[in-house]
Design a protein around this ligand. Structure first.
Ligand code: SF4
Length: 93
């Protein structure tokens, strides 16, 4: 059995960039978080597969699994996006 096509990951702008930039590290101060997230979002802003990354995040995870920066958005923003997306999907069903 195979899962969803993940080949888009090969074109990700974050490929080869350390994960801590997107997920932070223990003991990070609030000002460090803001600076790090701004750098991560700048990477996402030039990513050619950001739409697929966002779709992957909101469709494959539980809300509690949504962490860090992905698709140029914070986890809070993606959880909110996910709720709206699920509402639209339910309304269309
Ligand atoms: S949108 Fe950001 S986190 Fe997602 S694949 Fe692109 S660079 Fe990586």
């Amino acid at each position: 059995m195979t899962g969803p096509d993940q080949s888009w990951r090969r074109r990700a702008a974050c490929k080869g960039i350390p994960l801590w930039l997107f997920y932070g590290s223990e003991g990070e101060r609030a000002d460090q978080t803001r600076a790090r997230e701004a750098r991560a979002i700048a990477v996402c802003d030039r990513c050619p597969v950001a739409d697929l990354c966002l779709l992957d995040d909101i469709t494959r995870t539980q809300p509690s699994d949504i962490v860090g920066i992905r698709a140029g958005r914070t986890a809070t923003a993606r959880r909110s996006y996910r709720r709206r997306w699920l509402d639209r999907e339910a309304a269309a069903a």
